[in-house]
Write a protein of this length. Structure first.
Length: 308
């Protein structure tokens, strides 16, 4: 009896291992799409569904402004079907030419195409045109070389729909056989984005909603533009604030009745806490690089509404 039980147990274990092996094989057999950041993975997976494995070059907890890919990531990238870039984030400005050289067969798609970009002095860079990356012609203007592109385009529901449109076009280009499925998922994602936008509009239209906020790194420029808010950056031209700038920030905070100072996990929060102590404001951690784009957008809006 005991021997029979052991035979049955062994058979069950063998079947389990076989099923897991098949499952892993099926997972490994899927073509891969590589994207730059987690929010872009969120949008891409929503449209691609189970047809692709979607992986991010910049892992959770790392800054896309300064991240360097590992040698293994470069090896894995060469096996991808396509690369979706977010547009102008620091990682892409530094590495995109190297990535295209490393994987010349790879199709590159720029998901920022068609977005009304914000230009500022805190993200200065020199853009190198690349047909594979679908560079924007507008970036070639001299004034844009001086200012640079504000790269956090995904912090906007309006932009998110444009990003989704670029993703679905890319997917239909590389996998025409499933075009109808991608278009259906694209419509569903746009409905979710529109619903998120309507919830945020409702929250921020309340009489007790803030009209200005402070943030260490200006990652919510497009969010602020969408909803008519004033974003006040603690960073000064991408650097730690000087003592005089810190004093000006404290004065501005009081003048504009700022209630919330947002801080991101990749940045030091000491200056935010100094300002908060002097002004009685609240330091609120946020993560614009979170995979859960919808929930993060709603959380930011909720923090800008005074609790009754």
């Amino acid at each position: 009896m005991k021997r029979t039980f052991l035979y049955i147990l062994a058979a069950l274990l063998a079947m389990s291992c076989k099923n897991n092996s098949v499952q892993n094989k099926n997972e490994d057999d899927k073509p891969v799409i590589t994207v730059t950041i987690e929010p872009l993975r969120y949008f891409t997976e929503a449209i691609a569904g189970d047809n692709f494995n979607v992986v991010s070059m910049v892992p959770k907890g790392s800054s896309p402004e300064t991240y360097d890919p590992t040698p293994q990531q470069l090896v894995d990238l060469a096996k991808s079907k396509a690369y979706f870039r977010i547009g102008y984030i620091g990682f892409e400005q530094t590495w995109m030419d190297k990535l295209t050289d490393n994987a010349p067969h790879l199709q590159f798609f720029d998901t920022s195409r068609g977005i009304d970009l914000i230009f500022d002095s805190s993200h200065v860079h020199h853009h190198h045109g690349d047909d594979k990356a679908h560079a924007h012609d507008s970036i070639q203007k001299d004034e844009h070389h001086i200012l640079g592109v504000e790269p956090h385009i995904w912090s906007s529901a309006y932009n998110a729909q444009i990003i989704a449109g670029n993703i679905v076009n890319a997917l239909c280009t590389i996998d025409k056989n499933n075009e109808e499925t991608y278009m259906e998922r694209y419509k569903n994602l746009c409905n979710q984005i529109e619903h998120t936008d309507s919830l945020i509009c409702h929250m921020l239209s309340a009489p007790n909603a803030d009209r200005a906020f402070m943030i260490y790194h200006p990652a919510l420029s497009y969010f602020a533009r969408d909803y008519g808010l004033h974003q006040i950056s603690i960073e000064e031209d991408g650097k730690e604030p000087s003592p005089s700038h810190l004093k000006n920030l404290i004065d501005t905070c009081k003048e504009e009745k700022v209630r919330v100072i947002f801080v991101q996990p990749e940045f030091d929060r000491r200056n935010a806490e100094i300002i908060a102590k002097q002004t009685g404001t609240k330091v609120v951690p946020i993560n614009p690089l979170s995979y859960d784009w919808k929930e993060e957008m709603l959380n930011i809006a909720r923090e800008l509404v005074v609790k009754k």
